[in-house]
Structures are given as structure tokens and as C-alpha cells.
Design a protein around this ligand. Structure first.
Ligand code: GSH
Length: 216
């Protein structure tokens, strides 16, 4: 099994968490300087988004689907997608929320910061910050009394939440008023699978265009 990825990428970390949770062996095809690996990646997925998984001749795109693929073909003791269909829907709903309403606005802010000043999108960034504020508020209510995104069991939704909230807090700090979200982010950082991903990404912090804060 080959994973085309970079350790600093949030969506790659989402999948790395799932791989580490169940100790699934894989070969990292690290994207970056290597032209051969970049060419393989572009041939597999012309949009050149990472991560991409290749398993037994099948190319699997999109982090959530990669994790679903792992749950189906490489099941382990940590069930990231519950067997119960309603519980699985709850997990998928929270997964979508973290991708669409935390990661997407976070990326918008980060990617805007690497544009030339004359190409910056002030309105887009303001909307992204507004979306993050609204999501943080909603999440703060939702996480009240919950250990993980959908309750007691760590799931696909937490794989999405960990890097999303990790970087979102750097791009648009989670205010002290959102204590449930902050506590959840701290729990995610203490989870060994994510802690490992964060450590492996640490050498690349200089890549964070807004300047990585001196914490976490
Ligand atoms: N919807 C995709 C998003 C993947 C994504 O945005 N990956 C980023 C890195 S975190 C990427 O490939 N960026 C490179 C680019 O935009 O060209 C998924 O869930 O896998």
C-alpha cells in the first residue's frame, strides 16, 4: 500500500491518524522535492491533491474515502466507522462538518496569505473567519459532555477534526469562550496517533505561511 502525502498537510495527517490507530503498514511516497514521486502522483490524480492511496491496484482519492477504504479492507481493533448504520451516519456527518466548515475556511485563510498582496481576497478571508467563528460556536455547544466528536468512541470524525482544529487555531484562534472546543483540541493532541503525526510534521513548521505559533 502506497500513500502519496506530505507530513505537514492536514488532509494527509487525517489519513495518517487512521493508519497509525490500527498500525497499518504502508509506504510513504513523500511529495515535495522528488520529481518521480510528483509525476506518479499527477498521473494518479490530475488535480494533484494529497493524500492519494494506492492499494492492490486501486487508486483511492479523498481522505474520508481513504479512511473508509482502510476500515473496509484493513479493519483493526479501532473501528473508525461504526458498524451500526445510524452511528456511521453520525460519524460521517461530523466528518463533513470538520472538512467543510473548519478545514475549508482555514485553508482559504492560509492560501490567501501566500498570494501576492494585489491578489488577496479580503472579502473571502473575512467570510472564512466568520464561518470559523460560527463553527467554533456551534461546535462548543455540540462538544459539551462529549469526549470525541460523536461521543465515547474515537472515529473517522476525530481523524478529520484533529488536523482541522490544529491548524484552524493557528489561522484563526479558537477563543477562550469556546472552552469545549479548546479542551477537545487538547484531547486530540494527546491522542498517540495524532501526537505522532504532529511530531513527524514538526520539522516542516517553517512551511506554515502565517508563521507557526511557538506552541503545540
Ligand atoms: N478534499 C480533499 C482535500 C485535499 C487537500 O486539500 N489537500 C491539500 C493539502 S492539505 C492539497 O493537496 N493541496 C495542494 C493543492 O491545493 O494543490 C481530501 O479530502 O483529500
Amino acid at each position: 500500500m502506497k500513500l502519496y502525502a506530505h507530513p505537514f498537510s492536514s488532509y494527509c495527517q487525517k489519513v495518517l491518524i487512521a493508519l497509525y490507530e490500527n498500525g497499518i503498514p504502508f509506504e510513504l511516497r513523500m511529495l515535495g522535492a522528488d520529481k518521480q514521486i510528483a509525476a506518479e502522483h499527477a498521473a494518479l490524480w490530475p488535480l494533484k491533491r494529497m493524500p492519494v492511496l494506492v492499494d492492490a491496484g486501486r487508486t483511492v482519492l479523498e481522505a474520508s474515502i481513504i479512511i473508509e477504504h482502510l476500515a473496509l479492507h484493513h479493519p483493526g481493533t479501532v473501528k473508525l466507522v461504526p458498524d451500526d448504520p445510524q452511528a456511521a451516519l453520525d460519524v460521517r456527518m461530523m466528518d463533513r462538518i470538520f472538512d467543510n466548515y473548519v478545514s475549508t475556511p482555514m485553508q482559504r485563510i492560509v492560501f490567501d496569505s501566500i498570494r501576492a498582496p494585489e491578489n488577496r481576497d479580503r472579502q473571502g478571508v473575512a467570510e472564512a473567519r466568520g464561518m470559523l467563528d460560527t463553527t467554533y460556536r456551534w461546535l462548543d455547544d455540540t462538544m459539551k459532555g462529549r469526549e470525541w466528536a460523536v461521543g465515547k468512541a474515537f472515529s473517522l470524525a476525530d481523524c478529520a477534526a484533529a488536523p482541522a482544529l490544529f491548524y484552524a487555531d493557528w489561522a484563526h484562534p479558537i477563543g477562550e469562550a469556546f472552552s469545549n472546543v479548546r479542551a477537545y483540541r487538547t484531547r486530540l493532541l494527546a491522542r498517540p496517533s495524532f501526537a505522532r503525526a504532529v511530531e513527524e510534521a514538526r520539522p516542516y513548521r517553517s512551511l506554515f505561511p502565517l508563521g507557526a505559533p511557538n506552541r503545540d
